[in-house]
Design a protein. Structure first.
Length: 188
């Protein structure tokens, strides 16, 4: 699975260039219609050719980047995928109750995080040490709340509530909760 930071960087670059192309069309059009004289007319063929190019480029960007979303293949084939590890996590009274002290996962293992809330709506987010988010989901009482994820890099991650659940929700952080190891001897 591609790391979400790589996807975010690539999409940021592609869509920034696309937006600059759109802004250049707007600027060119504004410049042409505000000029005085014979040169102030915008030729229909040139204008619509540029607009068609932008439409084709935009649709192509969406089609190309669709397959780069890391969780898309797992979500599309969810019914046929069996997780290597299942972690049952309970959330209650503004606390995450983990199945064990730390959750150990090996590289390329598929981990299913099943999170149950016994009182309020919470968020369940997994974050890297640099505070960037790996994934998150909403945890609603009385509903099935789970997420299937495959890790491809070693790392230590922390859990944080990503949903407002009152003033006490700010402290809903579990440091070093998930440890992913690509070394087969260190994964439990």
């Amino acid at each position: 699975m591609v790391d979400s930071t790589t996807v975010l960087y690539g999409q940021t670059l592609a869509y920034t260039l696309y937006c600059l192309a759109i802004l250049s069309l707007m600027g060119w059009f504004a410049y042409k219609i505000t000029r005085k004289g014979k040169d102030s007319v915008v030729k229909n063929t040139l204008f619509y050719s540029f607009v068609t190019f932008l439409i084709v480029l935009g649709v192509s960007l969406h089609i190309i980047t669709y397959n780069t979303i890391p969780w898309a293949p797992i979500d599309m084939n969810r019914a046929t995928i069996h997780p290597d590890k299942v972690f049952n996590i309970t959330v209650e009274k503004h606390r995450f109750i983990l199945p064990e002290g730390k959750m150990f996962i090996g590289c390329h293992e598929k981990a299913l995080f099943k999170v149950t809330s016994n009182d309020l709506t919470y968020g369940f987010g997994l974050f890297r040490q640099d505070n960037s988010m790996v994934f998150q989901m909403q945890v609603i009482p009385g509903h099935m709340n789970d997420i299937l994820w495959q890790f491809d890099k070693s790392g230590v991650y922390y859990i944080r509530s990503t949903e407002y659940s009152g003033p006490k929700g700010v402290d809903m952080i579990v440091k070093d909760a998930v440890i992913v190891s690509c070394d087969s001897t260190s994964a439990k």
